[in-house]
Design a protein around this ligand. Structure first.
Ligand code: HEC
Length: 103
């Protein structure tokens, strides 16, 4: 990293979005996480939502409806049709993702 990129990087925003890891409270035994772990989402967004190919899914500020829309239609460089399960499971997953916030 160059000096410029350090100075210009928005660390507060990165931190707020969880790009800088903080404690993320989630229950790996919950239905929401089980659905996440069995979906394609985990391959790009990470086992602990830390991101990878895609950004972190902690503190996105998105509603469940918006997340469902993204799962179907993609967003930016995320391809469409990443969700292949039932609408019921997607609803549970989206509400779970909406609830992910770091302390
Ligand atoms: C092939 C990799 C890939 C897969 C699979 C994938 N995503 Fe993504 N996702 C991305 C990328 C890349 C972005 C960032 C898009 C952009 O902003 O240009 C993204 C963005 C998002 C966002 C917006 C995050 C934000 O802070 O704005 C949400 C929500 C999301 N993905 C949910 C999901 C869900 C739910 C699934 C599973 C159904 C999924 N993604 C599967 C790559 C992926």
């Amino acid at each position: 990293m160059t000096y410029e990129s350090v100075v210009n990087h928005d660390w507060e925003k990165a931190k707020a979005q969880g790009a800088i890891r903080e404690e993320v409270q989630f229950d790996p035994d919950s239905e929401g996480y089980q659905i996440y772990a069995g979906s394609s989402c985990i391959s790009c967004h990470g086992g602990e939502f830390e991101g990878g190919l895609g950004p972190t899914l902690v503190n996105t500020g998105l509603t469940a409806d918006e997340i469902i829309d993204i799962a179907h239609n993609g967003i930016g460089t995320m391809p469409a049709n990443q969700w292949t399960g039932s609408e019921e499971d997607l609803q549970v997953l989206a509400e779970f993702l909406e609830s992910l916030k770091s302390e």
